[in-house]
Design a protein around this ligand. Structure first.
Ligand code: SAM
Length: 337
C-alpha cells in the first residue's frame, strides 16, 4: 500500500506572493521604464538618472522586471526590453497598453482589503471616484478603456455586426471607442454613446481624436434614472452589466426593449460566467474585482441573460466566446418583430 504524497505548499507560497509580479509591472509602467529602455540598452544607473529614481531601488526593480519577462540583463550590465515590453509597454507605440494596465494599479490597494469587503458586503471605495468625481481617476479609467478597446478589444468590434442598421445606442459606452470603430466599419450607422456626464465629457474628446465625431454623438445618461432618449434599431452593452445585480440587468434590458424598433439587434459584450456560475477562473476573479469596486458587481451567465432577454421580447441568436487576453463573451440577440 502506498501512502499518498503530502501536499506541497509551493502553490500557496506562489499565490501569496503573486502580487509581487503585479506590483512590479505597475511600477515599471508608472515610472515609464520600458519607454526609457526603448531608446536602447541601459544600465540601472542610466535608467535611474533618466527616470529620476533611486539607483539601488531601480536596479532591484529592473532585476525583478527581468525575471517576470519585461526585460533582460546583458553585456555591460545593461538592460534591454523584452519583445513583450517593446510591443505593449512603450508609450507612443500602437499596441501601448499602459493606461489599461495602470487601472489595475489604481485598484491594487483596494484588493488588499478584500476580507473587509466580504465581511461587510460594502465596497472599499465609492465607484463615483473613477466615474466622474475624481478627474484624474476618471481620466485614467476612461483612457484605460479606450486603449483596451483599441488594443485587445479590436476583436470585439470585428465580431459585432450591425450591417443594415442606422441608429445605435451604445449603453454605458464609456470612451466611445467601440462606437467609433463600429460606425467606421458600418456604412450608414450613427451611434449615440450614453454614459454618465463626467465620462461623456472625455468620450467627446476621444471620439473627435478618432475622426468619428460626425457619426458618433455623446449624451449624458444614467441608466439607474433615465429612459433611453430615442428609438434605436441597434444596441451595444459592452462591459456594463458586470456592475449590476440581476434586477439592475433586467431594468436595463427593459429600457432597451422600450426604445427598440421591431427587429432591433442587441450585442452584449462582457466577462460572463459558465452556466453553473462556478468559473472560469478569469470570470470568477473578475467578478470579485467588481465586488471590490462596485456596490452591485456581479458577472452573469449566458443562460441567465438569455432568460432575462426573453422576458423583454429578445431572442439570443449567437454566442461567441473570445479567448484570453480578451476573455469577453459576445451575445447577439434580436427583438421579436
Ligand atoms: C467598463 S466600462 C465599459 C465602457 C465601454 N462600453 C467599453 O466597453 O469600453 C462601464 C461603463 O459603464 C458606465 N456606467 C456606470 N454606471 C452607469 C450609469 N448609472 N449610467 C450610465 N453609464 C454607467 C461607466 O461610466 C463606464 O463607462
Amino acid at each position: 500500500m502506498t501512502t499518498p504524497a503530502a501536499p506541497n505548499p509551493a502553490a500557496l507560497i506562489e499565490l501569496a506572493t503573486a502580487f509581487w509580479g503585479s506590483a512590479t509591472l505597475v511600477a515599471a509602467v508608472r515610472l515609464r521604464l520600458p519607454t526609457l529602455l526603448a531608446d536602447g540598452p541601459a544600465t540601472a544607473a542610466d535608467v535611474a538618472t533618466r527616470a529620476g529614481t533611486d539607483p539601488i531601488a531601480t536596479d532591484a526593480l529592473l532585476a525583478a522586471m527581468s525575471n517576470v519577462g519585461l526585460c533582460s540583463k546583458g553585456e555591460g550590465e545593461r538592460f534591454t526590453n523584452s519583445a513583450l515590453a517593446e510591443a505593449f509597454l512603450v508609450e507612443g507605440r500602437p499596441g501601448f497598453l499602459g493606461p489599461a494596465l495602470l487601472y489595475n494599479g489604481d485598484v491594487f490597494s483596494l484588493w488588499a482589503n478584500l476580507d473587509s469587503v466580504v465581511r461587510s458586503g460594502k465596497v472599499a471605495e465609492s465607484p463615483n471616484q473613477y466615474l466622474g468625481a475624481d478627474d484624474t481617476r476618471t481620466r485614467n479609467f476612461v483612457y484605460g478603456m479606450h486603449h483596451r478597446a483599441l488594443g485587445v478589444g479590436r476583436a470585439v468590434a470585428a465580431v459585432v455586426d450591425f450591417t443594415g442598421k442606422t441608429k445605435l445606442a451604445d449603453v454605458g459606452g464609456g470612451p466611445g471607442t467601440y462606437s467609433a470603430l463600429l460606425t467606421q466599419k458600418t456604412p450608414g450607422l450613427h451611434a449615440e454613446v450614453l454614459d454618465l456626464p463626467g465620462v461623456v465629457a472625455i468620450a467627446r474628446e476621444i471620439v473627435a481624436s478618432m475622426g468619428a465625431a460626425p457619426s458618433v454623438t455623446c449624451t449624458a445618461y444614467d441608466y439607474t434614472r433615465d429612459a433611453l432618449p430615442g428609438r434605436y434599431d441597434a444596441f451595444l452593452i459592452s462591459g456594463v452589466l458586470h456592475r449590476e445585480q440581476p434586477e439592475g440587468v433586467r431594468r436595463i434590458f427593459s429600457q432597451v426593449a422600450q426604445a427598440a424598433e421591431p427587429g432591433a439587434v442587441l450585442w452584449l459584450s462582457d466577462v460572463m460566467l459558465d452556466d453553473d456560475r462556478a468559473g472560469p477562473l478569469f470570470g470568477a476573479m473578475f467578478q470579485l474585482n467588481m465586488r471590490v469596486l462596485s456596490h452591485d458587481g456581479r458577472c452573469h451567465s449566458v443562460a441567465e441573460q438569455r432568460a432575462w432577454l426573453d422576458e423583454v421580447g429578445f431572442d439570443v441568436t449567437e454566442v461567441h466566446r473570445l479567448p484570453a487576453p480578451i476573455n469577453y463573451t459576445l451575445v447577439r440577440a434580436q427583438r421579436r418583430a
